[in-house]
Design a protein around this ligand. Sequence first.
Ligand SMILES: [Zn+2]
Length: 257
Amino acid sequence: MGELRKGSLKHASGRGSAHGVAELARQRRERRKARRRLQARFNRPVWRITLGVVALAIILLGRFVEEVSFDLAPESRFDVTKVIDGDTVELSGGDRLRLLFIDSPERGQPFYDSALALLDSLTINKRASLIFGRRQRDGYGRLLAVVEAGNVNVNQRLLERGFANIYLFKDNLKDTLLADQLQLMLEAQRKAIHNRVGLWSLERSPEDYYLSSHSSLRFHRPGCRSVAGRQHTALDRYAAREEPLVKGLSPCRNCRP
Ligand SMILES: [Zn+2]
């Protein structure tokens, strides 16, 4: 493009005088027109939206890069000083740590005390090694890890006893650093469901079927507001409660299927 323009200019000036001047003016007009066309194009709403999306992507990418950077060495060892609830502990440095992949009952729910007691007995005053994924902290600044203490994989043990259920987020599924750990957890929960221990021993009012959105990692009772009114083509349907559980989906916290 640059070459072409240079060539045509030389040609125009070669002929000199009025012709050359007219030619230069014409080229200036052309360039102005092109610039206006370009401006008009970028002023269209669709382009504004596109630019907005690109800007957002850059910001999010920046955050992702930040999250990947480790502030603790992956092989770090810590003393667990306090158990906060069935899936959160405090470490000697004051950091809180949320156990990856799992969710324990809240205070007042069945097996809350059991989860707390087991976590306490497995970790308090023991050296813990932490297995991190790509994301070392959550939005609250808590560490996210699988905890091994006294040769016991604590997250796995809580699932095996039925004192927690699997609770995944989409980035867990993509995290290659934790792929083996994820398989361990799924297997532990399968065993607990099969043995009907802990949470899996509780009687629940069964539904004829259960539902989840295609892209979601939670499943629901048919009457839950999260799926109400959704087109059936947008939902996966399960005949039994175990089906979504085995796949790693978790019960919705509202409709508690
Ligand atoms: Zn629900």
